[in-house]
Design a protein around this ligand. Structure first.
Ligand SMILES: Cc1cc2nc3c(=O)[nH]c(=O)nc-3n(C[C@H](O)[C@H](O)[C@H](O)COP(=O)(O)OP(=O)(O)OC[C@H]3O[C@@H](n4cnc5c(N)ncnc54)[C@H](O)[C@@H]3O)c2cc1C
Ligand SMILES: *[C@@H]1O[C@H](CO)[C@@H](O)[C@H](O)[C@H]1NC(C)=O
Ligand SMILES: *[C@@H]1O[C@H](CO)[C@@H](O)[C@H](O)[C@H]1NC(C)=O
Ligand SMILES: *[C@@H]1O[C@H](CO)[C@@H](O)[C@H](O)[C@H]1NC(C)=O
Ligand SMILES: *[C@@H]1O[C@H](CO)[C@@H](O)[C@H](O)[C@H]1NC(C)=O
Ligand SMILES: *[C@@H]1O[C@H](CO)[C@@H](O)[C@H](O)[C@H]1NC(C)=O
Ligand SMILES: *[C@@H]1O[C@H](CO)[C@@H](O)[C@H](O)[C@H]1NC(C)=O
Ligand SMILES: *[C@@H]1O[C@H](CO)[C@@H](O)[C@H](O)[C@H]1NC(C)=O
Ligand SMILES: *[C@@H]1O[C@H](CO)[C@@H](O)[C@H](O)[C@H]1NC(C)=O
Length: 548
C-alpha cells in the first residue's frame, strides 16, 4: 500500500506518462524476465500510476500481498477448491480495473516488467488458469467492469466481461420478458471466459452458442491498444469468439444479439431409476434428442447413489428439459418424439423464460429474480471434469459398463451430463467461429458428455483417488466417442489432454495435440491469428494458442 502511495507521489511530481516510454522497447520484450520481475514490483506500481492520469488512485484498484483485502479478493471467485490452498502460487498483484485505461496500463506494465498476466472474469476455469501460474504473475480481475446496457429497440446488449451471465439475464428480463440470451445454465459463470470459449445453455439447439450471437467486442491487445470489431479486423474478431480466453487480449466487453423467447415456456425434469428402465430410456434418448424440434432441449443428468433395493447402489437419470412453448404443444412433441419417457402434464410446469433460468440453476420456485445478481450463489467444491463428443449411439452394453464403474466410486461423486446437439448447432459451419463441434462432414455430433467428479468430503487429500477414477472412466469411454481427434470442449478445460511449456516456447506440434481436440482444423487458423497479433506470446497460459 505504501508502495502505491509512493508511486502516486512520484507520478504527480514527474507529470509524466507511460506514453513517453519507447514503445519499440515494449515490442521487443519477449521471453519473461523472471528474476528481474520478482525484484522490482515497485516499478510495476509506478508504471501503473503513470499510465492513467486523472483517474482513480491505484490504491483503489491494486492489491498487493500486504494489503489486508488481498487474500479475500483472490479467494472470492475461485470455484474449484482444489486450487484454493496455501500452496497454490499467488499473484504479485491483483489489479481490479475500474476503467479501460487500467486494463491497458496493467497490460503494458506487466509486459514492461516481464510479468505474466492471468485474466479473470468469473473464475470458473476448471483448471484455475485465470488465477494461478508457475511464473511471477499479475491477475487482472475484471470484477469491477460489469455494466450491462440493454437496447430493446435494437435487441442488442453491450455486456462488460466482468458480468456474470446471471447479471446479463437479469438486466435483459428487467427490460423485456420476451427477449433472452443463449448462454450458461449456471448463472455465476463470467461472460469474459464463457463467451471466449463458446458458451452454451438450455437454448443451444434453438440459437446455438453464446459466441454464435456476438456481434462486436472491445479488446485490449498485446500492445495495450483498445480495439473494437472494426479496428481489430475480422480475423481477430473470429478468433476471440470461441478460441478460448487468455490468448489474444483482454476482452473488455461484448456486444450481443438478443434472441426472442416466448412469454410462456415449459420445463420438466422427470427422474427415472434403473427399475423404471433408465438404461433403455437413456439409450433411446441418444437416438432422438438431437432430432427433436429446436424448441426442445433435453439434457440427461446421471449419477449413482445408495437408494436401490435394500440400500444397494443404483443409477438415476434426470431428463432436464426446456421447451420454448406451452405445455399442450410440448406434450404433442413428446408423444410423437419420445413416447417411451411417458411425460405427463403433471410433470410439466409453465413459466416465463427468466423463471426457467432460476429453475435450471436450482433455485426454489418463487425465488426473487435478484438471486441472479448474487455472484457467489453457486456452491464451491473440489472437482475434476472432462468432456467428450459422441457421434454414434453407445450400445446398451456400453452404458451398463458405465454404471458398473459409477458403482466403484463414492456415491454422488461422479456425475455425467449429456447435452444433445442438432438443431441450430448443426446448421452453423465448423469454421464459422473457432468452436468446431457441429454437424461434421462424415459424422455429426449427437451429443456432448461432461464428466464430473465433484466432492467436498476429504478435500484435496482424496483428490488423487477421484482424479484417477475419472481418468480411468475417460479411458473406458474411448471406443464410444469421437476419434482422431478425440474432441473436447474448451470451456471444460482439461490439462490432461496436453499443455504448452510454461516458459512459452511451445512448438506448433506440441500445442496441436490439445489444440486439435478443442478446435479441429480451426487450430491452424487460430495460430495464424495469434502470430499476427501477439507474435511474442505475451498472452499465454498452459493452453493458450501459440504463435508460429
Ligand atoms: C459451476 C460451473 C458451471 C458451468 N456451467 C456451464 C454451462 O452451463 N455452459 C458452459 O458452456 N460452460 C459452463 N461452465 C464452464 C464455463 O463456461 C467456463 O469455465 C468459462 O471459461 C468460465 O468463464 P469465467 O469468466 O467464469 O472463468 P475465468 O476462470 O475467469 O476464465 C476462464 C478463461 O478465460 C480467460 N478469460 C477470462 N476473462 C477473460 C477476458 N475478459 N478476456 C480474455 N480472456 C479471459 C481466463 O484467463 C481463463 O483462461 C461452467 C463452469 C462451472 C465451474
Ligand atoms: C489496501 O489496504 C489499505 C489499508 O490497509 C486501504 O486503505 C487500501 O484501500 C487497500 N487497497 C485496496 C485496493 O483495497
Ligand atoms: C484464502 O484462501 C487461503 C488458502 O486456503 C487461506 O489461507 C486464506 O485464509 C483465505 N483468505 C480468506 C480471507 O479467507
Ligand atoms: C419486447 O421485445 C419484443 C420482441 O422484440 C417486442 O415485440 C415487444 O414489444 C417488447 N416488449 C416490451 C414491453 O418492450
Ligand atoms: C419398462 O419396459 C418394459 C418393456 O419395454 C415395459 O413393459 C414397462 O412398462 C417399462 N416400465 C416402466 C416403469 O416404464
Ligand atoms: C432385501 O432384504 C430382505 C431381508 O434381508 C430380503 O429378504 C430381500 O430379498 C432383499 N431384497 C432384495 C431385492 O435384495
Ligand atoms: C405413465 O405415467 C403415468 C402417470 O405417472 C402412469 O400412470 C402410467 O402407468 C405410465 N405408463 C407407462 C407405460 O409407464
Ligand atoms: C449468495 O449465495 C450464497 C450461497 O448460496 C449465500 O450464502 C448468500 O447469502 C447469498 N447472498 C445474498 C446477498 O443473497
Ligand atoms: C523449450 O525450452 C526448453 C527449456 O529450455 C527446452 O528443453 C525445449 O527443447 C524447448 N522447446 C522448444 C520447442 O524449443
Amino acid at each position: 500500500m505504501q508502495l502505491a502511495t509512493q508511486a502516486q507521489e512520484i507520478m504527480k511530481m514527474a507529470n509524466f506518462t507511460l506514453h513517453h516510454l519507447p514503445l519499440a522497447c515494449l515490442l521487443l520484450l519477449s521471453a519473461p524476465l523472471i528474476a528481474f520481475a520478482t525484484s522490482i514490483p515497485e516499478g510495476f506500481l509506478q508504471c501503473l500510476s503513470l499510465h492513467c492520469e486523472n483517474t482513480t488512485p491505484i490504491s483503489e484498484f491494486v492489491y498487493t500481498p500486504i494489503n489486508s483485502s488481498y487474500s479475500s479478493v483472490l479467494n472470492i471467485t475461485i470455484q474449484n477448491l482444489r486450487f484454493l490452498t496455501p500452496y497454490t502460487p499467488k499473484p504479485l498483484f491483483i489489479v481490479t480495473p475500474l476503467h479501460v485505461c487500467h486494463v491497458q496500463a496493467a497490460t503494458i506494465c506487466s509486459r514492461w516488467y516481464g510479468l505474466q498476466i492471468r485474466i479473470r472474469s468469473g473464475g470458473h476455469d476448471y483448471e484455475g488458469l485465470s488465477y494461478l501460474s508457475e511464473v511471477p504473475f499479475v491477475i487482472i480481475d475484471m470484477v469491477n467492469l460489469r455494466s450491462v446496457a440493454v437496447n430493446v429497440e435494437d435487441k442488442t446488449a453491450w455486456v462488460e466481461s466482468g458480468s456474470t451471465v446471471g447479471e446479463l439475464y437479469y438486466r435483459i428480463a428487467e427490460k423485456n420478458r420476451t427477449l433472452g440470451f443463449p448462454a450458461s445454465v449456471c448463472p455465476t459463470v463470467g461472460v469474459g471466459g464463457h463467451f471466449s470459449g463458446g458458451g452454451y445453455g438450455m437454448m443451444l439447439r434453438k440459437y446455438g452458442l453464446a459466441a454464435d450471437n456476438i456481434i462486436d467486442a472491445q479488446l485490449v491487445d498485446a500492445q495495450g491498444q483498445l480495439q473494437d470489431r472494426e479496428s481489430m479486423g475480422e480475423d481477430l474478431f473470429w478468433a476471440i469468439r470461441g478460441g478460448g480466453g487468455g490468448s489474444f487480449g483482454v476482452v473488455v466487453s461484448w456486444k450481443v444479439k438478443l434472441v426472442p423467447v416466448p412469454s410462456t415456456v415449459t420445463v420438466f425434469s422427470p427422474l427415472r431409476t434403473l427399475e423404471q428402465n433408465a438404461t433403455k430410456l437413456v439409450h433411446q434418448w441418444q437416438l432422438v434428442a438431437n432430432k427433436l424440434p429446436d424448441d426442445l432441449f433435453m439434457r440427461v443428468i446421471l449419477w449413482s447413489d445408495n437408494s436401490g433395493p435394500n440400500g444397494t447402489r443404483t443409477m438415476k437419470a434426470i431428463f432436464s428439459t426446456l421447451y420454448l412453448g406451452g405445455v399442450d404443444a410440448l406434450l404433442e412433441v413428446m408423444k410423437s418424439g419420445f413416447p417411451e419417457l411417458n411425460v405427463t402434464r403433471q410433470d410439466c410446469i409453465e413459466m416465463s423464460w427468466i423463471e426457467s433460468v432460476l429453475y435450471f440453476a436450482g433455485f426454489e420456485r418463487g425465488s426473487p429474480l435478484e438471486v441472479l445478481l448474487n455472484r457467489s450463489s453457486n456452491t464451491k467444491s473440489f472437482f475434476k471434469d472432462k468432456s467428450d463428443y459422441v457421434k454414434e449411439p453407445i450400445p446398451e452394453s456400453g452404458i451398463e459398463g458405465m454404471w458398473k464403474r459409477f458403482y466403484e466410486e463414492d456415491e454422488r461423486v461422479p456425475i455425467m451430463i449429456w447435452s444433445p446437439y442438432g438443431g441450430k448447432m448443426a446448421e452453423i459451419s465448423e469454421s464459422a467461429i473457432p468452436f468446431p463441434h457441429r454437424a461434421g462432414v462424415l459424422a455429426g455430433v449427437l451429443y456432448k458428455i461432461l464428466y464430473i467428479t465433484d466432492w467436498t468430503n476429504g478435500g484435496n487429500e482424496v483428490a488423487p483417488k477421484h482424479v484417477s477414477w475419472i481418468r480411468d472412466f475417460y479411458c473406458y469411454m474411448t471406443p464410444y466417442v469421437s476419434k482422431s481427434p478425440r474432441e473436447a470442449y474448451i470451456n471444460y478445460r482439461d490439462l490432461d489432454i496436453g499443455t504448452n511449456n510454461v516458459i512459452g516456447n511451445t512448438s506448433y506440434e506440441q500445442a496441436s495435440v490439445w489444440g486439435k481436440k478443442y478446435f479441429k482444423n480451426n487450430f491452424g487458423s487460430l495460430v495464424l491469428v495469434k502470430t499476427a497479433v501477439d507474435p511474442h506470446n505475451f498472452f499465454r497460459h498452459e493452453q493458450s494458442i501459440p504463435p508460429l
